[in-house]
Design a protein around this ligand. Sequence first.
Ligand SMILES: Nc1nc2c(c(=O)[nH]1)N[C@H]1C(S)=C(S)[C@@H](COP(=O)(O)O)O[C@H]1N2
Ligand SMILES: [Mo]
Length: 533
Amino acid sequence: MPGVSSFRRTPSRAAVGTSAGLLAAFTALAVAELVAGLLRPAAGPVTVVGGVLIDRTPAAVKDFAIRTFGENDKAVLRFGILAVLAFLAIGLGVLGLRHRRIAAAGVLLFGIVGAAAALGRPDSTGVGDAFPSIAGAVAGALALYVLASQAPPSTAPAAGEGGVWSRRGFLTAAGVTAATAASVGLLGRFLSGRQGQGAVVSRENLVLPGPSSPAPALPAGARLKVPGISSFTTPNRDFYRVDTALTVPEVDARTWRLRIHGRGVARPRTYTLDQLLARPLIERDITLTCVSNEVGGPYVGNARWLGVPLRDLLREAGVRPPSHGGTADQLVARSVDGMTLGSPVDDVMDGRDAMLAVGMNGEPLPFEHGFPVRMLVPGLYGYVSACKWIESIELTTFDAYDPYWVKRRWARRAPVKTQARIDTPKPFTRPAAGAVVVAGVAWAQHRGITRVEIRIDDGPWQDADLAAQDSPDTWRQWSYRWNATPGGHTLTVRATDGTGSVQTEQRTRTVPDGASGRHSVFVTVPQIPRTGP
Ligand SMILES: Nc1nc2c(c(=O)[nH]1)N[C@H]1C(S)=C(S)[C@@H](COP(=O)(O)O)O[C@H]1N2
Ligand SMILES: [Mo]
């Protein structure tokens, strides 16, 4: 059967083009990974292109991504970039069968795009950041050129042994390329890992001093023992994470510095971590919330933080809040990855426990949560206060400068809105009729929670039992004993904050300054099964 044997000798040109393209892309990424591993992992092409996409994504799409993929949004983005790349690579591979040079030039074009993305990143450290993309593209172009030259001619007769097209030649070239790229890529991974080693060691070696002002003892009854309720203190591994960093910055604490400068800063200063740790530290329970948290959503957590009071540092630098004649009303914190967050100077200096945190639940900050130092201001959403991997604080005005999220439609000022969440029962579950414990958490940081009420269907509002209040800066657990009757029921919760304001039922979106409205959960209580025949 000549048809079969010629098929086996000569794989379809499409298959050859596809594999050539994919192998070229693989080679490009592997070489880029190696060079990034040698120079700076954060300058790798997928990371920088992802960074650009994150920064350019319209707020609505970003909101959708967070809603849909939650904390997997970054994995999804990475996968998406690789999928698009694979698609384009196949196109170039097929093109390369006819036009080797043009296809190779196409690969180089991708290198230029990657290099431009790398140089445009806010955390770019210089022209070196272009090298991973360029080197990867050169290697990829070369691979494509060589592989395409091994492809069968387009007018392939049933080429036998010794014909122009040698199946073995292509397979050998493909195999060598794949194996080389794989080893290069692995070496790159290894080197990237080693780059963070200094930071890892600096974190392991960091011994946190004790606080000179420890957290007040938790009042008895601040933690409810209800199955399914959020634990009062959120363990670090469960604490939500929201940021734009595709690769978590791994900052070496030994070389880290914090600079305080700007408008009205009479004595600009730069601190090392040791200098900060030598100061009196405060330890406080503070609940942190993301402005992207939907009503009833997961982006809220409570931890015991250890840190340097920010007000003292600012005072030493000569900063006065506008309410005391100062000229700067906005404090802009900047992180090592170029993120900027702006907080009202009056809030930071009004006596609340705004801090530069170094410890979280008894250990140095995890890398994901800002090691070595992050900012926290009780009462403000994270995006206007909680700068992770902070490296500078600049005093300026709201008129003069819009930080990252404000440039993207979010509000300049954003105090946390009063919210309550039903943790148990879960939506659409089927609790048995009789006594059901409804429980959850409520928060209104820096105002505190004074009351939580529950409503069953359209019934009257009824007081829930409140756990003891730790501080106005933390959330408060609550529970309610519900006598559940068979049928479908909607449970709704509302909280009242320390100023006496009842949580509004007015639903708003998360953009621009946080979602409002009340959380409800629908459950079905099954009919009590009859016993007997
Ligand atoms: N450097 C940096 N800091 C950041 C962010 C960021 O993207 N980059 N995100 C902010 C936002 S929107 C929130 S809600 C908090 C979340 O902190 P967490 O991840 O420790 O929970 O960090 C804030 N600090
Ligand atoms: Mo956030």
